[in-house]
Design a protein around this ligand. Structure first.
Ligand code: PBG
Ligand code: ZN
Length: 323
């Protein structure tokens, strides 16, 4: 079928036709909204490189989450900034740690909201790495032990799902085992399965105060040049017991999202990361792009590539537009 018998423009002529044949749809149900919890009381400070996103003490977190859930956003992803850091990230798995306390408060006030916790050590270690250091390198198996402990403490606090973001080998298996052993076999794991050593995490590391004090994360996060390896990584996390797998970042990795979607049938999440968010905000503030339209086009592209779930700092703004 070719021109003039086929005219692609026929179905583009009217908005109603365009709506009828649209292949991809965004919904507020797709979104997970990340939040940064800090110690103290009455704290609500906008993160400079991430406008509309805040550092929140638990009392103000509850106000923010009220807004989030009123917008129909079904889930939040919690990151914590501890009072003090140490070599082994003890605050990350402390019973009264910042995330543990935030989870308890949130579940009490918003029993119907999904509270997901990011499981990692970089916010809690004095050196800023995602695991423990031995002889100058991140020790895999010792880190896994602490990550499993962290996940368990989040589940004990009432988290609905845990999301390990560290990229140590074998951590999904260890987390699945410790959760099952303690009666949390009903708590799913969303694994940051293909997480790249990306330059797009800059604003987040400022927000989470988690930049590594020496070296970088390339010995545990993936090389941006690899996509076959991503298929392998995702496969491993699925075998180890992941319930949802994630590709991160999203925009420079739409091919990876597509490839993982073709290879596996688990729910797939994509993390539209802080740098991707900041670039849009910065250009929009200059008046160089239409921020809202670019936001919606970006979110749509992530779904079109194959993601079911989008973790995004745009969640509130996009939810408002989708209403
Ligand atoms: C911690 C973590 C990071 C992000 C999510 N969890 C940063 C990193 O790996 O350095 C990045 C999120 C973002 O940039 O929005 N492991
Ligand atoms: Zn980390």
């Amino acid at each position: 079928m070719y021109f003039p018998r086929y005219r692609a423009r026929r179905l583009r002529e009217k908005a109603l036709f365009r709506d009828m044949v649209r292949e991809t749809h965004l919904s507020v149900n797709d979104f997970i909204y990340p939040l940064f919890v800090v110690p103290g009381f009455g704290v609500k400070e906008e993160i400079p490189s991430m406008p509309t996103n805040y550092h929140l003490s638990i009392d103000r977190l509850l106000e923010e989450v009220k807004e989030v859930s009123d917008l129909g956003i079904p889930a939040v992803l919690l990151f914590g900034l501890p009072e003090k850091k140490d070599e082994v990230g003890s605050e990350g798995y402390a019973e009264d740690g910042i995330v543990q306390r935030a989870v308890r408060a949130l579940k009490k006030s918003f029993p119907d909201l999904l509270v997901i916790t990011d499981v990692c050590l970089c916010e809690y270690t004095s050196h800023g790495h995602c695991g423990v250091i031995e002889n100058g390198r991140v020790h895999n198996d010792k880190s896994v032990e602490l990550l499993a402990k962290t996940a368990l403490s989040h589940a004990e606090a009432g988290a609905d799902m845990v999301a390990p973001s560290d990229m140590m080998d074998g951590r999904v298996k260890a987390i699945r085992e410790i959760l099952d052993l303690h009666g949390f076999d009903h708590i799913p794991i969303m694994a940051y399965a293909a997480k790249y050593a990306s330059s797009m995490y800059g604003p987040f590391r400022e927000a989470a105060d988690s930049a590594p004090a020496f070296g970088d994360r390339r010995s545990y996060q993936m090389d941006p040049a690899n996509s076959r390896e991503a298929v392998r990584e995702v496969g491993l996390d699925i075998e180890e017991g992941a319930d949802i797998v994630m590709v991160k970042p999203a925009l420079s990795y739409l091919d990876v999202i597509y490839r993982v979607r073709q290879a596996y049938n688990l729910p797939l999440a994509a993390y539209n990361v802080s740098g991707e968010f900041a670039m849009v905000k910065a250009a929009a503030a200059q008046g160089w792009i239409d921020g809202e339209r670019v936001m919606m086009e970006i979110l749509l592209s992530i779904k079109r590539a194959g993601a079911d779930i989008i973790i995004t700092y745009f969640a509130k703004e996009a939810a408002r537009l989708l209403r």
